[in-house]
Design a protein around this ligand. Structure first.
Ligand SMILES: Cc1ncc(COP(=O)(O)O)c(C=O)c1O
Length: 426
């Protein structure tokens, strides 16, 4: 029977994740009845007996199998901590994973997961474009460890490029794929189901490549990659999950086997988050659905405004993908909403984009996204500055491109601010 603090249904009717964000995974009676988990600000945990300590370490180091129902006891906060454990339990609910792991940044989640699966001589598929930090790590760090990265273009059907990609692999071991969909900053999509089938086709008798989806832009509310064949979901929890631009964190969610390997690597790289970060994220999760819903509704008004503005050349917003576009069916299949990230090209190149950004009064000029406040930035010179010029042009990261993360303000006030900023372009 499910214990009360892990209740997932009432009268046999499943509870929705948003209804479980305040209770799931936490037993108040283990903490003096406090209805909110305290911050367990401790580096280490006392064992009742030496035998207990030995038993915990046997499990932690995989020296024996678990007894039925046996849980890993608390040892040391680089391995586990109650604030992270409760948060990890809650994070499994949105994506329907077996387990989750919290990290001290989105990049820590990405790099730890990559180091778990790739080895020298392997091939890694990745989608392009990806967040600039991820791109740097793949191109400039993994390459030095002898990993060959092969790019999968986003925004086009996989069928058209599959043959060429297979040829490029040339018989090497395919370790994993890291796919960012929608892509930062262009909102270009990759078909998760098609890419998972393709990458898994490189499985051998003793190895199956891990398909990882960076779900930062739409998840955990509007896209659930595990349902479409992916093995692992990655987040910069700094964005929507944290949601208030006051914490840096990352999360991975996936199947039991995959997560056990990732947690093992996290222990030795030491990339887990601390208890205070875990506590902040739990607090944020309680309002996640409300925030993401309000932001998505605002973004629809803002994208309509941008599409009609004479100084805007192009709007990249998932809500504007038209029937007949090859990505329309992909959007319908895997996205439950267009979300709240918009990028748009201002006529007049970098000069006009900078005049616009410098004139904003309500929207902050800052990188990052997914917080309660609206943020705007210039990808070509900021988040994606590390890409070379031709590559940026090829991917649509042009000098006039501005990325806007729509917040929870009144949509009319956001539009008023954008209007006066467009008027400031000379
Ligand atoms: C899509 C995406 N993935 C990963 C990251 C990295 O996350 P963090 O800054 O939390 O390390 C970012 C950061 O902007 C991002 O936009």
């Amino acid at each position: 029977m499910t214990s009360d603090h892990k209740r997932k249904s009432i009268n046999g009717k499943p509870l929705r994740p948003e209804s479980m964000m305040m209770r799931y995974g936490y037993d108040p009676h283990l903490s003096e009845g406090a209805i909110k988990p305290p911050i367990f600000q401790t580096s280490t945990f006392a064992f009742r007996t030496a035998e207990e300590g030995k038993a915990f370490f046997e499990l932690a180091y995989g020296l024996r199998d678990r007894e039925p129902g046996e849980k890993l006891g608390l040892i040391y906060s680089r391995l586990n901590n109650p604030d992270l454990e409760v948060l990890e339990d809650r994070m499994t609910l949105w994506d329907d994973g077996d387990d989750a792991a919290v990290f001290d940044s989105g990049m820590a989640a990405i790099t730890t997961s990559l180091f778990t699966f790739v080895r020298p001589g392997d091939v890694l598929f990745y989608s392009e474009p990806v967040y600039g930090g991820t791109h740097h790590f793949i191109q400039h760090v993994l390459s030095e460890f002898g990993v060959t990265a092969i790019a999968i273009p986003s925004g086009v059907p996989l069928a058209g490029v599959e043959g060429a990609l297979r040829k490029e692999v040339g018989g090497r071991r395919v370790a994993a794929a890291l796919i960012e969909t929608p892509a930062n900053p262009t909102n270009a999509l990759v078909d998760i189901e098609a890419v998972s089938t393709f990458v898994h086709s490189f499985a051998t008798d003793d190895h199956c490549p891990c398909v990882m989806i960076d779900n930062t832009f739409l998840g955990p509310l509007w896209q659930h990659p595990l349902k479409h064949g992916a093995d692992l979901v990655l987040y910069s929890a700094t964005k929507f999950i944290g949601g208030h631009s006051d914490v840096i964190a990352g999360i991975a969610v996936g199947g039991a086997e995959c997560m056990a390997q990732i947690k093992g690597m996290r222990t030795f790289l030491g990339t887990m988050a601390g208890p205070w970060t875990g506590w902040l994220l739990m607090r944020s999760l309680e309002t996640l659905k409300m925030r993401m819903t309000a932001q998505m509704k605002n973004a629809q008004y803002v994208s309509d405004f941008l599409a009609d503005h004479p100084k805007v050349e192009k709007v990249n917003y998932l809500g504007m993908i038209k029937q007949g576009d090859p990505m329309y069916e992909v959007y319908r299949k895997q996205c439950a909403s267009p979300g709240s990230l918009i990028s748009f090209v201002i006529r007049g190149e970098e000069k006009a984009a900078f005049e616009f950004l410098n004139a904003l009064q309500l929207v902050h000029l800052a990188v990052s996204l997914g917080g309660t406040e609206s943020l705007a930035e210039h990808p070509a010179s900021m988040t994606h500055a590390g890409y070379d010029a031709d590559y940026k042009t090829k991917l649509g990261i042009v000098p006039g491109l501005v990325r806007l993360s729509v917040g929870v303000e009144h949509f009319s006030d956001i539009i008023e601010d954008l209007t006066q900023a467009f008027d400031a372009i000379s």
